[in-house]
Design a protein around this ligand. Sequence first.
Ligand code: PHE
Length: 447
Amino acid sequence: MSNQNRGLFSSKFGIIVATVGSAVGLGNIWRFPYVAGENGGGAFLIVYLFFVLAIGIPVLFAELIIGRSAHSNAVGSFKKLAPKTSWHLVGAMGVLASFMILSYYLVIAGWTLEYLYQSIADNLAGKNTAELKGMFDSFVASPSRTLMWFFVFMLMNVVIISAGVEKGIERFSKFLMPLLVLLLVVIGIRSVTLEGGQKGLEFLFKPDFSKVTIDVVLEALGQAFFSLSIGMGAIITYGSYIRKKDNLGATSFTVAIADTLIAILAGVAIFPAVFAFGIDPAEGTNLIFTTVPNVFQRMTGGYIFSIFFFLLIAVAALTSTLSLFEVITSYLIEEFKIKRKLASIVTAVSIGITGSIATLSSNHIFNLKIFKLSIFDFLDYATANIMLPLGGLLIVIFVGWVFKKKKVLKEIRHSKHYKARYLPAIMFIIKFIAPVAIAIIFINKIL
Ligand code: PHE
């Protein structure tokens, strides 16, 4: 397939919204609050922020460089830039990680549709915390409902992905992301003004470093990778759709900053309410589903806000699943020379199978365990905490030591706005700091 008809993002704004759209998703609004809650709050946040700056931005940048230089999918990019080597296996691990993430991410994305439906039917109003929890538990225990929403979400992906890069992904992301930010601000304001909400802010912003163990550090690293969509080829793939004249450094910074602000905003919207309503911050995966409906009950117009909130999380999840889907689809299109439509159907059918198994195992219909974790938790842990950081480690080694500065420079010089004063610093981090930091964390975890 020639480069011309691979598709390109048509504007700078389009690149930013699509890439921010990939980064901002359930990782910010659903995963960040509960992982922070389980890992000590403030101290976790600081370690997390450090990783976003010191590792996240350089890996984002490295992935964009790889994708745009090669103009190919995650596997094909490495094949082009380092022919006849094993580097393409890094891309292959990314395709596998996409597959594994989608197998559970689409399930949780489906939960947001159930909550959207329940909001519209006005079934969340008037319930106390215990009732909301009961409602959540009985929903996730229902195989038919969870599977139904999972497949609805899958179908939305297939339709948009078949439409291609510009008409599908880009057009869709443009309106909805700004709306989500606005709504989070509104919920945040209501949440912090709840009686007892102050404690939630303390929990989120007051670090207690005695809580920082190697497990907390690894969770923060995993959360940073997961939330920024890095370490598995999504950004390589999107980078391959970026025009030569667009600025990759600015894109990396903007995406990382937007993603982090939205995660913090989600934390500010959730933790004050968690404390005000006496919910355990370490509650786990149901945290936002039991907390946020409580907040809406204390708001004028809560009915409408609730509908909007779940609609927008569903949209945020959708723009993330599209990027995961695109990793697999573009790989199938380019490496197996098949049509986009067929590729997206093959992707959907295979994830349909693994996702159903994951769902049913978490419903306790059958109780499959891997390393003592449910399939669901295994997929999450293995991808976020192991495969993504490992992929990121190999990506920075590739760009820092194999691809080298001269070629990086050549690649970013296409941009008219080229100044790139940041380049020496970022290359230093890519070559030395990021790989050493990731390696130290892995080694410490293993020992
Ligand atoms: N970053 C997305 C989120 O926060 C999830 C994701 C991970 C998307 C990896 C693409 C690749 O929800």
